[in-house]
Design a binder for this molecule. Structure first.
Ligand SMILES: Cc1cc2nc3c(=O)[nH]c(=O)nc-3n(C[C@H](O)[C@H](O)[C@H](O)COP(=O)(O)OP(=O)(O)OC[C@H]3O[C@@H](n4cnc5c(N)ncnc54)[C@H](O)[C@@H]3O)c2cc1C
Ligand SMILES: NC(=O)c1ccc[n+]([C@@H]2O[C@H](COP(=O)([O-])OP(=O)(O)OC[C@H]3O[C@@H](n4cnc5c(N)ncnc54)[C@H](OP(=O)(O)O)[C@@H]3O)[C@@H](O)[C@H]2O)c1
Ligand SMILES: Cc1cc2nc3c(=O)[nH]c(=O)nc-3n(C[C@H](O)[C@H](O)[C@H](O)COP(=O)(O)O)c2cc1C
Length: 576
């Protein structure tokens, strides 16, 4: 059965379009309808349909997944969309495009994700072309707990407008629970030429953030030594009959439950019982606090709400001072309960307080196993976040939810977060260089298992480090075995606190700069995982410096060289 094409084109009255956008869409649809042979009958061949390009900028795969979803919607509506990473688009190419949808996340502190950096450098340059023929829409992904919420999407939106491009619908900025907002935006962004019902973009089958698989925990073992300042654990899940598959390089989403003693402390503080009914919520107060809301780290909005009520001079001072550093300094170590306790006389209605809380979110963990080495299992390498503040033990929600599980009978809600670009090289002969201090080692255990299972001939070189060799050399036995059987061809270690001066992975990189440059020239792939704020920046600087020194290049040429690696997907980062 062919799809009937309507001759007249209706835009729903509640669609978020300006008059100009309505006019563009009407024209777009009318053109599309005539292209398709309005009046009914089979869809015309895709080649006659107006072009549509869907571009994504992602760090951990969500924007790419949504771009694929948008592609699916577009195909079902008669388009033959081109889907591409932003970095793969040059300005000449962009200038020829007519209709573009961009899905982009934000990383660092309001920065572009790696796969959009080169594109942004060109777009923001004074040499960027005028884009008067371009119609665009932007779906921005972010997290409201960051100061620069959805900044990458905002920057792209502003710059495209400056260059003369036409915004065809308003940008939507999505928080971590992006699914519904993204699906609605995609359905609106891609005109329905044939009156076909909008297909579901959310994956109906399989497990996801809103429908996690309840997996058994097979193993929960401390990897760090007794004298370590850290508590890094190996956690293994049983994938059972879930049908979940994954590849080395993917991340796992874990849905935590808040610690029972913290929930009890909240109930005591609120003077309420666990079975207190909360209007409009399907659960009473105790289970609500345990499973539905973030009760550890307060959001900026919650801090502001509590400041108004608390009548606490110092809190009011730091909030109203409007200096981020001052507020961060005051908040360091404090959780929401500490804020509630600033004024013990403050009485809060539980229902009102609950209405101020943010939904409890999953946490992502880089998977540290290859399914080829551990069929039916998925492994994580988790640093338990624990600290003391004013005599009370404080914990990170998810890392300690996992760490404190007794393996016997324990379960957790999990789902896959595919990261299709963070993969071992397709070419088994290509050399691989991995920088993974601390928990950054996680995906590289998976990569080494993967390369061993594939019998890959390419060399594998690992830089690892942490505070002390005696207590922090996690997976030392396994790394020894990878070296012994030839999987790991080279290992460089940087234990930062085993001597008076700090030695970090980037210092080891500089010592081995000549060989690193040779590896890159030989088609090697360069991977980084772990701390985003300090380590990944310093490693990036070391990489540039090595390329300058051993490639005999100036700073600009080294930047171009690194951008080339990015474009070739040979400089990949999984940083957090
Ligand atoms: C793609 C990706 C991959 C990741 N992979 C891994 C991985 O392989 N292994 C891993 O362990 N983590 C990994 N993480 C981090 C992980 O997702 C969580 O952020 C981490 O486990 C902390 O979550 P939590 O719920 O335990 O802590 P939360 O409840 O989120 O609390 C964290 C907060 O606690 C506060 N805090 C932390 N330490 C202290 C302290 N010493 N003193 C005072 N306050 C403190 C800080 O405000 C911090 O924001 C990854 C993150 C991403 C995005
Ligand atoms: N969002 C969260 O709540 C959360 C939770 C867990 C972990 N994390 C982050 O995840 C990252 C990984 O944590 P981790 O415990 O596995 O390891 P880590 O804190 O990154 O420490 C690993 C090693 O890196 C060293 N290091 C410190 N600064 C560095 C720099 N600028 N360049 C290179 N190396 C540096 C450390 O040395 P020294 O310690 O001696 O300086 C240590 O030897 C950390 O950034 C941590 O903050 C975040
Ligand atoms: C290390 C890190 C930094 C982030 N920085 C920001 C930020 O500055 N602003 C923001 O809105 N979101 C920020 N986010 C949230 C991501 O944009 C959000 O999780 C998004 O859904 C990820 O999409 P992706 O998987 O396509 O990269 C950050 C996330 C991480 C892990």
């Amino acid at each position: 059965m062919g799809t009937t094409i309507r001759k007249s084109v209706d835009i729903p009255p509640d669609a978020p379009f300006s008059a100009e956008q309505r006019s563009w869409i009407s024209g777009f649809l009318a053109g599309l309808a005539s292209d398709l042979g309005a009046g009914g009958g089979d869809r015309a061949p895709a080649a006659s349909v107006k072009p549509l390009t869907i571009l994504y900028g992602t760090q951990t795969g969500t924007a790419e997944m949504l771009a694929e979803d948008a592609g699916q919607v577009a195909r079902s509506r008669g388009f033959t969309p081109r889907i591409a990473e932003l970095n793969d688009i040059g300005m000449d190419d962009l200038a020829t495009m007519e209709n573009v949808i961009v899905v982009v996340s934000t990383y660092g502190e309001g920065e572009m994700p790696d796969s959009a950096r080169i594109f942004w450098d060109s777009l923001s340059a004074t040499t960027a072309p005028r884009l008067e023929n371009l119609n665009y829409g932007i779906l921005a992904l972010g997290d409201t707990s960051y100061e620069f919420f959805c900044q990458a999407g905002k920057l792209l939106d502003t710059r495209l407008e400056q260059l003369g491009a036409h915004r065809m619908l308003e940008r939507v900025d999505c928080d971590l629970d992006y699914e519904d907002a993204a699906a609605t935006w995609i359905a609106q962004a891609i005109p329905d030429a044939g009156g076909a019902p909008a297909p579901e973009t959310a994956r109906k089958t399989g497990w996801g953030r809103k429908h996690p698989y309840i997996a058994g925990i097979l193993e929960n073992r401390v990897l760090s030594g007794a004298k370590s300042a850290k508590e890094i654990r190996h956690i293994a899940f049983d994938l059972g009959d879930s049908g979940i598959t994954y590849d080395a390089g993917d991340a796992l989403g874990v849905m935590p439950v808040n610690a029972p003693d913290l929930v009890d402390a909240w109930l005591v503080r609120l003077g309420a019982k666990a079975d207190t009914a909360i209007p409009g919520q399907g659960l009473p107060l105790g289970p609500l606090l345990a499973t539905r809301f973030e009760i550890t780290t307060p959001s900026r909005d919650l801090i502001r709400m509590l400041e108004v009520r608390a009548g606490h001079e110092e809190l009011s001072h730091v909030v109203n001072h409007r200096d981020k550093a001052v507020l961060e300094h005051f908040m360091w170590g404090r959780d929401t309960l500490d804020l509630l306790n600033l004024n013990p006389d403050l009485v809060l209605d539980p229902a009102e307080l609950v209405s101020w809380l943010k939904p409890l979110q999953h946490r992502a963990y880089s998977i540290s196993s290859s399914p080829k080495a551990h069929p039916g299992e998925v492994h994580l390498t988790v640093a338990a976040v624990r600290w003391m503040f004013e005599g009370r033990a404080h914990r990170g929600v998810c890392s300690t939810f996992l760490a404190d599980q007794e393996p016997e009978g324990a379960q957790a809600g999990i789902f896959m977060i595919p990261n299709t670009s963070f993969r071992v090289p397709e070419d088994d002969a290509a050399p691989m260089l991995m920088i993974g201090p601390g928990t950054g080692l996680a995906p590289f255990r998976a990569f080494l298992e993967e390369r061993r299972a594939r019998g890959a001939s390419g060399t594998n070189w690992l830089f690892f480090g942490d505070q002390h060799r005696a207590s922090d050399f996690i997976y030392e036995d396994e790394i020894g075995a990878f070296s012994a059987d030839g999987t790991l061809t080279r290992l460089d270690l940087a234990f930062s606190r085993d001597q008076t001066e700090k030695i970090y992975v980037q210092h080891r990189m500089i010592e081995n700069g000549k060989d690193i440059f040779a590896l890159l020239e030989d088609g090697g792939h360069f991977y980084v995982c772990g701390d985003a704020t300090r380590m990944a920046k310093d490693v990036d600087a070391a990489l540039h410096s090595i390329i300058e020194t051993f490639g005999n290049m100036d700073a600009d040429a080294a930047i171009t060289y690194v951008n080339g690696l990015r474009k070739d997907k040979r400089y990949l980062r999984d940083v957090y």
